[in-house]
Design a protein around this ligand. Structure first.
Ligand code: FE2
Length: 263
């Protein structure tokens, strides 16, 4: 069932965010990098993906799975059987996700056309077979597909094959350093609950209050820096709420992750 489709046009590539009927509120994505040529990230419902491609005309060339959890690859089989396309994933997902045709290397840059590339980031923490995908146009970062590593107003949990210390390092290294303009395309729609979690610990956070009232569809890293507690580890009111005034950023991150798990 098609619940909603949101298109975002860029100069060189069109990204389509597809909200699925998953009880886990998964997002799948289509990237039309040249007219009629599609890549699909994390297919949940193959019928939805096929419907969108058929509507626009074209063919699926590549499926990419951000990681090895079933809700991020359950559409693979049906799509592979129709399109005989490639399937790319993290090297550690081989043997877990069936039929992977290419193991993506860390820091690999895949050309989409003469202007646009997809950079592979090895981002452990939610699991240890997790990649994030950074689209660059003329070498300038524009959009990140964050799977279950990073969410709007939150980060992924570490309860199914992950580790919060590894996730902390990943967020520090790859996400904190992203430029403000980068748009975030996460693997799930957890915005509402995550904002409520933010406000439970940072009660006066105006950005979180505003976004709860008027939810946007796609947020930038600049937005995230205003209300995502996992990017605000030095915030004094947060430290006070956690009673961790003299703790390290890593300790605060791990405590936040623990509290979000129990929240
Ligand atoms: Fe996951």
């Amino acid at each position: 069932m098609l619940l909603s489709l949101i298109n975002h046009c860029y100069i060189f590539a069109m990204i389509t965010q597809i909200k699925t009927n998953s009880p886990l509120q998964n997002f799948s994505y289509l990237i039309e990098y040249q007219k009629g040529k599609f890549w699909c990230l994390d297919p949940y419902d193959a019928g939805q993906i096929n419907g969108e491609i058929d509507k626009r005309g074209g063919q699926l060339e590549v499926i990419i799975n951000s990681h090895e959890h079933w809700d991020h690859y359950q559409g693979n089989e049906q799509l592979l059987s129709r399109w005989q396309c490639e399937l790319w994933a993290h090297p550690k997902a081989l043997g877990i996700i069936p039929n992977v045709s290419r193991a993506l290397k860390a820091a690999e840059s895949i050309k989409m056309d003469e202007n646009c590339s997809l950079e592979i980031l090895d981002t452990p923490g939610h699991t240890f077979a997790h990649i994030s995908l950074l689209i660059k146009e003329h070498e300038i970062p524009q959009s990140i597909f964050s799977g279950d590593t990073f969410f709007n107003a939150g980060v992924g949990n570490c309860r199914n094959g992950g580790d919060p210390k590894a996730l902390f390092q990943t967020i520090k290294k790859y996400y904190e350093t992203l430029p403000d303009q980068v748009l975030v395309y996460p693997g799930h729609d957890y915005l509402h609950n995550n904002l409520k979690f933010t406000l439970s610990l940072d009660k006066e956070n105006e950005s979180a209050k505003h976004l709860l009232q008027k939810p946007a569809k796609v947020m930038s890293m600049k937005d995230e820096r205003n209300y995502n507690l996992f990017l605000r580890l030095q915030n004094e009111s947060l430290k006070e709420s956690l009673d961790l005034k003299s703790s390290s950023e890593e300790e605060i991150f791990i405590e936040l992750r623990k509290r979000r798990d129990q929240w």
